[in-house]
Design a protein around this ligand. Sequence first.
Ligand SMILES: NC(=O)c1ccc[n+]([C@@H]2O[C@H](COP(=O)([O-])OP(=O)(O)OC[C@H]3O[C@@H](n4cnc5c(N)ncnc54)[C@H](OP(=O)(O)O)[C@@H]3O)[C@@H](O)[C@H]2O)c1
Length: 299
Amino acid sequence: MSTYLVFGATGNVGRRVVERLARDGAAVRATSRTPRTAKLPPGVEVVTPDLEAPGVLDDVEAAFLMWPFHSAEPARPLVDALRRGVRRVVFMTGGGARPGLAPEEQPNPVARWHATVERLIERSGMEWTVLSPSTFMANTLWWSRQIREGDTVCGAFGSLAMAPIHEDDIAAVAVHALTGSGHAGRRYSLTGPEVLTQAEQVRVIGEAIGRALRWRELSPEQERARLLADPEFPDGFVEELLAGYAKMAAAPPPAVSPTVRDITGMPATPLSVWAAEHAAHFDGGPRGAAVTEAGARRP
Ligand SMILES: NC(=O)c1ccc[n+]([C@@H]2O[C@H](COP(=O)([O-])OP(=O)(O)OC[C@H]3O[C@@H](n4cnc5c(N)ncnc54)[C@H](OP(=O)(O)O)[C@@H]3O)[C@@H](O)[C@H]2O)c1
């Protein structure tokens, strides 16, 4: 039986890819630096993310790849290892990577790393599909501590519009691209079903959890100080986030893409549904305290 390799299998999207493949009865090999604590479904083989290790690519038909690294340095050895053993790769790139631009022309380092991987994959001889998702709904967990502690969310760029996507919708498209035909050489832009400002996202989360949440606008300077003082937010990501938001705020608002529905046959999931699923993260009671491990993740 063909095996599917999922790299970054404990992440927001990778875990959903594993769960979907396992539910469909596929053989799954998943990577985690800590296999013993990966908590993946029974029957999934969990290995460390060393693709040169003996057996890791045995029988692998297709691989899901995301980029957890803070440089493009591992790109060549990793793609070389894949191309020696794998016929098809589905790569989830970063939202900032602009199609058609060479890595050196990309607007920031994160986009350059992702574009480097895209280029190597496209020239590798493997069948490839690139998924370019919009902002993950999981990013709203950055507000979870404020919401657990009160009804006001403070932040900058409250009128910034996004089309946030449920991580499971990205995974659903990834599974189609891994297991189906007709996706080779395609680059899919994926969004959620609605365009919402940050302030509107806070309101939608409030409605889903039965509370009247408000947005309070901060200047970018105030937001920088707030984020640097937040023990759950990575300091090294503050400038990147604020610069990214300033750039997005100066650009036209995003459009909703029909690709999730086109590929999966199911409409993309609204934020209200995601928020109801994750209500415990925003709950100030003991239930909320038990799920704070979600933490902040790098977009
Ligand atoms: N958040 C957004 O809005 C957004 C939007 C568009 C694109 N993206 C892109 O999505 C990617 C992040 O995806 P995600 O949120 O699903 O991942 P994530 O939740 O941040 O999880 C990271 C995954 O990578 C693994 N990992 C971390 N460091 C590793 C290393 N050094 N070597 C091998 N594996 C490592 C982790 O596994 P273990 O800890 O178990 O080893 C985990 O499974 C980034 O490339 C980001 O640019 C994000």
